[in-house]
Design a protein around this ligand. Structure first.
Ligand SMILES: Nc1ncnc2c1ncn2[C@@H]1O[C@H](COP(=O)(O)OP(=O)(O)O)[C@@H](O)[C@H]1O
Ligand SMILES: [Mg+2]
Length: 188
């Protein structure tokens, strides 16, 4: 279990978006948190991965207690708009900047496993929406982090691509990752 304490956050002078004294999230599983637009899902993920400095939540795992800074190193977030996290000139570079220790062969293997091998030399922004999202997932895998968050991973996708995303989420789980998704898409 990942045990979260003091998950509380307010935007300046607003009432709290959420205030959760304690929450348990099963490790090594896929967990979906579902809610309407404006419910606080994106804010929750930013607090979870340590990006909201004024959120003082802690996360306990079996053997560590993680503050914001520790969680920023431990957790990888795939944002709703993946264009915000594509930085380099090639898909291969994109994967390699996420690796703790650069390893081209491993990066190529990850791309291959997500059916992106033939795009290694392409510019990430030249890909389709679904392909860009797979690049973001490939970066998440390359980061080696155990906990991966997804903000609305199927927004704008049709049924066929939703199924592809679901397969990717299952694949991450099978690689031993803890996957946490927030979405308003009940179908997913
Ligand atoms: N930067 C911000 N400043 C002030 N209020 C915000 C900001 N971002 C989101 N909110 C408000 O916080 C609430 C939760 O937003 P959000 O986490 O984006 O919800 P969701 O992702 O579930 O749609 C909403 O009422 C939203 O208007
Ligand atoms: Mg949101």
């Amino acid at each position: 279990m990942l045990i979260l304490s003091d998950m509380k956050y307010s935007y300046r002078r607003e009432r709290p978006v959420f205030d959760i004294p304690r929450m348990e999230i099963p490790a090594g599983e896929i967990v979906g948190i579902v809610g309407a637009n404006g419910a606080g899902k994106s804010t929750f993920l930013r607090c979870l991965c340590g990006m909201e400095r004024s959120c003082k939540a802690t996360m306990k795992t079996r053997n560590e207690s993680l503050d914001n800074k520790a969680r920023r190193r431990k957790i990888y977030m795939v944002m709703q708009d993946v264009n915000h996290q594509l930085f380099t000139d090639s898909v291969l570079e994109e994967i390699m900047i996420s690796q703790e220790i650069e390893n081209k062969d491993e990066a190529l293997n990850i791309l291959e496993s997500l059916d992106l091998g033939k795009y290694a030399d392409k510019h990430p922004l030249a890909l389709s929406g679904g392909q860009k999202q797979r690049v973001a997932v490939a970066s998440a895998i390359a980061s080696g982090r155990d906990i991966i968050l997804f903000d609305e991973p199927t927004s704008g996708l049709d049924y066929y691509h939703m199924i592809l995303v679901a397969d990717i989420l299952n694949d991450l789980k099978n690689r031993g990752k803890t996957v946490i998704i927030v979405t308003h898409d009940i179908e997913l």
